[in-house]
Design a protein around this ligand. Sequence first.
Ligand SMILES: [Zn+2]
Ligand SMILES: [Zn+2]
Length: 269
Amino acid sequence: MAERKVSFDRDKARAEGKHKDFLKFLGTAGARFVMIKQLRHSGGIWLSIKGTQVLIDPGPGSLVRCLSSRPKLEPASLDGIILTHRHIDHCNDINVMIEAMTEGGFKKRGTVFCPQDALEGDPVIFKYLRGFVDKIEVLEEWRKYSVNKFEFETSMRHIHPAQTYGLKFELNNRTVGLLTDTRSFEDLKDFYKVHTLIMSVVFPEKRPGIDHLSLEEAKELIPILKPKRVILTHFGMRMIAAKPRLQAEKLSQGLGIEVIAATDGMTLT
Ligand SMILES: [Zn+2]
Ligand SMILES: [Zn+2]
């Protein structure tokens, strides 16, 4: 813990963030090996929307990615942290980010949103940190949540080996869906009809019995969901080997819509 209280001009940061809402990928790694070798970073996604700062899925290295981001993303400006599920590639840095958001625990503030299983059993959020934040809100399926002016909805529970929820929110008047880890299933169409769809695509080909989306399944899902723009992320080893940018181009040509492969540090406005 820091010896010294570090002050931070939150109002100034808010004012600066006011005009330019954005979403920044602090990492695009998916699954084990890309993460542990850091072939892609695994810091999660930072949102700056209507002056509200939110971090989604602070995986390994998230704190470092925030501080080394240009311009720097100040953890003490965060208003909320959202955890889609408790897997280590999504939650590893959540404790240190709580510590940073609350300026070492000296400023009680911020909201943490997480599924119930992140708090129980073998919890991924340390008990001693829970009192540092204003609120911990448990995510459930098909619910609406907010922190300051930022509002988001949760999807149905995904089919994945932990309580997992995708998200939907607005960025500059366009709906963005974050289709996080899941097996492909038909009901996804009931939630993810959005303008911009961010998809966790771990493998190129289908792998039955593994609860992750493949590029093949994304190809089948996209015409059903009909987004205007797709962003692929959360790449596993075989996706990296298949060159995500090339795959995105092929998909784009095949489907006739904009498909982008996310890169570390990529910003969306
Ligand atoms: Zn994951
Ligand atoms: Zn997962």
